[in-house]
Structures are given as C-alpha cells and as structure tokens.
Design a protein around this ligand. Structure first.
Ligand code: MG
Length: 389
C-alpha cells in the first residue's frame, strides 16, 4: 500500500526547429498562440511540442510520473487535474491502478465525457499511478502487466519530414542504412501524389521493406479504396486511417474491399470505442495511443483486439517520452504485437528532457530499465512548464 498525498499537473511547451510534418505550406499562417492548420488534412497543429506531465507523490515519498497527449491547449488538461481529479485522488492507494482508472472514467459519465480531453487527462494520471506502483513494489511496469514476452521491440520509422519526394526517399534510405526496414509516410504531405510516393519509396527501399501510409482520415470510402488499390500495386503494408473516424461503416467498407490491413485506432481511447469497429471487422491492425488511453485502458483494448485476432502496432504521438515508455512496457507483454511506431523527429530530440536509458536503435526500441517506467522528466523539461514561461 502507498497512499497518494498530492497530484501535480505540469503543462509543458518545447520549441521545435521545424514544425511537425515538415515546413509550413505556402499561405499558411500561425496564430499568436502558436497554432496553424495544415490544408492537406484540415487539422490544427502547434509550432511547439506540447504535452501534460503529471507527478504523483505518495505519503511514503514515492514519486510516479505520467504524461498524456496534449498538443493543443494542455492548460485545459491541467485545469481538470488541479480542480477535480487531484483532490479526489488524495488518500487513494497507488497499488490499485485499475480500480482508480475505472473510478476516474466513471465519474464523468453523467457529464457526457467518454473520451476526448477528459480521457487524455486521466491517461496521464493512470500512467503516473502505474509508475508509482512499480516503484512501490520495486518492479518494472511490464512485470505488473503480466510479464515480459518480447526482448526485441521492432520499430517502424514514422514520417519523412522533407519538402520533396526525392528528399523523402533519400531520408528513408538513410534510415534503412541505420538498420530500420519499415517506414510510414503521411499522405497529407505527399504533395507529388500519394500513389507516386508509394511507388518511389518501393523503388528506393527495395522489395522487402514494410511501407505503411497514414491517410489521415481524409477520404470517402470509395476514394480510399481506389487510392489503397493504387498503392497496393507496390505492396502496401498498412493503410492507416483511410476515412473519417466517425464513419464506422466507411472504415468497414474499406477494410473489406482492400487486400492490405487497415490501421485504425490512434484517436480511440477505450474498448467501448474499439468494440463496434472490431465487430464490423473494420480494423485490420489496431493502433492504440498510450498518451490517450493510459496503461489500464491500453491493456483492455489489446486484450479485446486479441479476441478478434487483430495485431497491434501502438501509435506514438508527441510527448517527451513518458507515455512512450509506458507504451513500450505494455507492448513487450502483448502476444499480438507487430511493430511500435517510432516518431524519430520527436523521440530523439525529446530524450534531452528525460532521465532514462530508453532508446531506439538498429530497428528496435530498448525498454527503459529500473522499477516503474524507468523514466523521469529532468530539470530542463520542468523549465518548459507553460506557466513559468
Ligand atoms: Mg496517424
């Protein structure tokens, strides 16, 4: 038993040299608060890497760290922890992580919150509770989740943030020379054409490389089917997010019409959201995002996917590495793991903000060692707290 004494929320903002997904398109403007919309997928992005950190301290001096996806207005996530979640968790036991997660999930049902910002926020808390639990019993989190199955965690390189197709192919080849042989490109920035980009990458990388395409929810189902067929002439590994997340029937229609697996799931947070898509066989490969699910819900989702014989390729979003470490701990347990996403332009840069031995080299992730998650933010990260700016 280890009783929670305080819960602290720390929204952080880290400058980037190049915006996520590469330089801004002509005519795109940035707001005074640092946001812009990419015309390719009509989605808002920040000029910064932003996330929310959570620090839980127990009465016997244990510290647990969590983090969630919060690249748009992380102050909103912080407010709900400071006002509501933190005070309600004081006095609870960190060795009850699943119970605490379900209590937090349940308490906003009547308010109509089953996902969104609220679930992202409780994900950070859930990860911090698991980290503290691991430190309390002196075990790595993967052991508490059922045991370590995988010694090797295969990684795919995600994103090729260069302005021209030729440069993107060259960048992929550089990564290939460093021992990586699976890649994902983003159709939102395939300005020369998505099928042409697939053809050029296949030509440059050879026949054995796994190539995935993130289609960013951009298409109607018939459009997506045509485009996936065009890419699959060059052996597409996974077609990610082909049509809008609200269009469950469209996702299913695409999944049934194409030969390659459809990747779905980075925007979904619970089994309640996965189940109707799994029942329709709309998901070929599940891509849960730890920074939105937290550990407790991530494990529930992966267990549900296993019942549908569905492989897992965890998504890796923008953070300093704490929810990424949690995702690696959960992933080494899974019997149906295929790859873990490696967002090199975020992961490598942001290792400067954490104390950990976690790394990604020669095509694979290395799980951080130590009790709990094996990662903590350093002073440089804490200096990036938005309120201290
Ligand atoms: Mg994606």
């Amino acid at each position: 038993m280890s009783i929670i004494q305080s819960v602290q929320a720390i929204p952080i903002r880290i400058p980037r040299d190049t915006p996520y997904l590469g330089k801004l398109e002509d005519g795109v403007t940035v707001t005074d608060t640092g946001y812009f919309v990419r015309p390719g997928n009509r989605s808002v992005y920040s000029m910064y890497d932003q996330s929310l950190l959570v620090k839980i301290t127990t009465a016997d001096g244990i510290t647990g760290w969590g983090e969630c996806v919060a690249f748009v207005a992380p102050q909103a996530n912080a407010a709900i922890i400071r006002e509501v979640i933190g005070p309600l968790l004081v006095g609870r036991d960190v060795t009850d992580p699943v119970v605490l997660y379900h209590d937090l999930y349940d308490m906003m049902r009547v308010r109509g919150f089953f996902g969104g910002y609220y679930h992202d926020t409780i994900s950070a808390v859930d990860i911090a509770v698991w980290d503290a639990y691991g430190k309390c019993v002196d075990q790595p989190v993967c052991k508490l989740l059922g045991g370590r199955r995988h010694q090797i965690l295969p990684a795919y390189v995600s994103g090729l943030p260069m302005p021209t197709l030729d440069e993107r192919v060259q960048l992929a080849k550089q990564w290939q020379a460093r021992g990586f042989d699976a890649f994902k490109f983003a159709s939102a920035v395939s300005h020369e054409g998505t099928a042409d980009e697939m053809a050029a990458l296949r030509e440059g990388l050879g026949p054995k490389t796994d190539i995935l395409c993130d289609m960013h929810w951009k298409h109607s189902a018939p459009e997506a089917i045509r485009l996936i067929d065009a890419m699959d002439r060059y052996n597409l590994c996974v077609a990610e997010a082909p049509c809008r997340p609200e269009d469950i029937q469209g996702q299913a229609d695409v999944a049934h019409a194409v030969r390659c697996p459809v990747g779905i799931g980075e925007e979904l947070r619970t089994t309640f959201e996965y189940l109707p898509r799994l029942e329709k066989r709309a998901i070929g490969v599940a891509q849960p995002e730890m920074g939105r699910t937290g550990i407790s819900s991530f494990m529930e989702i992966c267990q549900l996917c296993r019942a549908f014989h569905c492989n897992i390729m965890p998504h890796a979003s923008i953070g300093i590495g704490i929810f990424q470490a949690a995702s690696l701990h959960a992933s080494v347990v899974l019997p149906n793991l295929q790859y873990h996403e490696y967002q090199h332009s975020i992961f490598d840069k942001n290792l400067a903000f954490v104390n950990t031995d976690m790394c990604c080299k020669n095509g694979q992730f290395h799980l951080p060692t130590g009790p709990g998650l094996g990662i903590e933010p350093n002073d440089k990260a804490l200096a990036c707290c938005i309120e201290s700016a």
